[in-house]
Write a protein that binds this ligand. Structure first.
Ligand SMILES: Nc1ncnc2c1ncn2[C@@H]1O[C@H](COP(=O)(O)OP(=O)(O)OP(=O)(O)O)[C@@H](O)[C@H]1O
Length: 473
């Protein structure tokens, strides 16, 4: 969680690596985040007094609103979810369950927390997993000379349980009592060495593992019944074990996961995840303008305003129950976003407006922005395509004139058809490179340069035909 202490300037400069322009929005979001860090430095009583100032991003579609918020979460390692506000107005939506956004946030937090805890115990889990594999590959030899795998077998287990039911104390068979001959010991240490050096990868091995379907089935069933148990029921039920034949490398990953699960305390994990979501979580509510009531629409309007009223307590700060325990939403950062083409933020119900005091407008993107978006960000589209076809030994290059032409066509199309912002670049590039992507796998094409002429030839005609471009570009 150390990432949270980044200064606003550092955050903006990291955002600059991915998002072009929109400086006002980047600054505002960086300040909102810094204030949260500042708050955490205060005494507990002061902390509860200061609630985070939520933010409203206003701007047309496809200009970077979501991208800024999502990147920010990545930069500071914060749990993040995006929801469409309009989804809660849909007929049949289970009781307009707006709290689901918070539960999704906690799910994402649990995953992040689990990943970081697993990382901390990785070497321990690896050692245990390796032991299990070695024991399978080189089974212990019993006194009568037959081989058997270490561990308690099923019959033993049944008789142990029966004894416990009768109130007796069962004898726990001691794995050490198995005859491990020096020959077995030597063989095991040689195998362990081969395993560590990856020499056994690719060899098949039959393992006994937890049934992955069991948790899935249980979760689906709970979901369908709308039940949220206090703890994950899957953790409490006895695990169904199944046998599977897999590569040694895959078996190792399966065992590392199982051993990691055993090594961590789930109670601590869930507690840490809830704290993390409470203190650093970011919820992005898109299309907030779609839940503004239009006049004279009767029932539909009531439902839209109803959603605003449902969202209000969550944004104001309340407790939401999740299957990992209750979470307090007081300090979660909410970022709402909308185009507000036929409405204004002041059309939202007054209480909700008050909860989003930071307002920023995002600009429409120009042709110059498109040129930069195509080429500059770390994950720029052009770089992605170059890398993709590069896997088939094709060296793809774009001339500056070609990039300019693509940007120009995108700007024109956004004007003549619907304005979808930078999303237009995705559809244009996909169409432009269609042939190369199709034929690349079969042909030795060597170097390919995309010129202005190539761009005109491939998409010029479609772009100038309004009817056609509506469907294709
Ligand atoms: N300013 C920008 N710099 C770099 N890429 C951008 C920019 N604006 C948009 N993009 C790219 O365009 C796509 C859509 O952008 P984004 O999801 O941020 O749209 P949005 O403004 O949130 O719109 P909506 O409200 O419809 O969700 C993303 O792939 C994003 O990378």
């Amino acid at each position: 969680m150390a990432e949270i202490d980044k200064t606003p300037k550092q955050i903006v400069s990291e955002l600059d690596e991915y998002v072009i322009g929109q400086t006002a929005a980047k600054k505002a979001i960086a300040i909102a985040l810094r204030n949260r860090y500042r708050r955490l430095q205060l005494s507990a009583s002061m902390q509860t007094e200061i609630t985070p100032k939520n933010m409203l991003m206003i701007g047309p579609t496809g200009v970077g609103k979501t991208e800024i918020a999502r990147r920010l979460a990545k930069i500071v390692d914060a749990p993040f979810v995006k929801v469409e506000a309009s989804k809660f107005t849909e007929v049949g939506h289970a009781g307009r369950d707006v709290e689901s956004m918070i539960r999704d946030l906690v799910d994402s937090s649990v995953q992040m927390e689990q990943k970081s805890q697993f990382k901390g115990i990785r070497s321990d889990a690896e050692r245990r997993a390796d032991n299990r594999i070695v024991n399978i590959l080189v089974p212990a030899t019993t006194a009568d000379g037959t081989q058997k795998q270490s561990g308690v077998d099923f019959q033993n287990l049944v008789s142990m349980v029966e004894k416990m039911q009768r109130g007796e104390t069962p004898e726990v068979p001691n794995a050490q009592s198995e005859e491990i001959t020096s020959e077995v010991r030597d063989k095991r240490s040689a195998t362990a060495d081969q395993l560590r050096r990856g020499l056994l990868d690719g060899r098949e091995i039959t393992i006994t593992m937890d049934d992955p379907q069991q948790d899935l089935g249980m979760n689906n069933m709970m979901g369908q019944m709308g039940i949220d148990f206090g703890t994950s029921l899957g953790q409490m039920l006895p695990k169904k074990r199944i046998q599977r034949t897999v590569d040694v490398s895959e078996a190792r990953e399966i065992f590392i996961r199982e051993e990691s699960e055993k090594l961590i305390s789930h109670g601590d994990l869930y507690h840490a995840a809830i704290k993390r979501a409470e203190n650093t979580g970011i919820v992005f509510i898109d299309e907030i303008d779609k839940i503004i009531a239009k006049t004279n629409q009767g029932g539909e309007d009531i439902s839209r305003e109803g959603v605003q009223r449902d969202i209000l307590p969550i944004v104001e700060g309340s407790q939401v129950n999740t299957k990992y325990g209750p979470i307090n939403t007081d300090h979660i950062l909410f970022i709402a976003s909308g185009a507000f083409q036929d409405s204004k933020p002041s059309d939202l119900i007054a209480e909700l407006q008050g909860r989003f005091p930071i307002r920023v407008e995002l600009n429409d993107l120009t042709k110059e922005d498109f040129v930069k978006i195509l080429t500059e960000p770390k994950n720029a589209l052009v770089k992605q395509y170059i890398a993709l076809v590069g896997t088939e030994n094709i060296k793809l290059t774009f001339t500056i004139e070609a990039i300019n032409k693509i940007a120009e066509i995108a700007t024109q199309l956004n004007r003549s058809t619907e304005n979808i912002g930078a999303r237009r670049l995705h559809t244009i590039l996909e169409k432009l490179l269609e042939d190369i992507l199709y034929e690349g796998a079969d042909m030795e094409m060597g170097d390919i340069t995309i010129t202005e002429h190539y761009v005109e030839e491939k998409i010029g005609e479609i772009a100038s035909d309004k009817n056609l471009s509506q469907y294709i570009l």
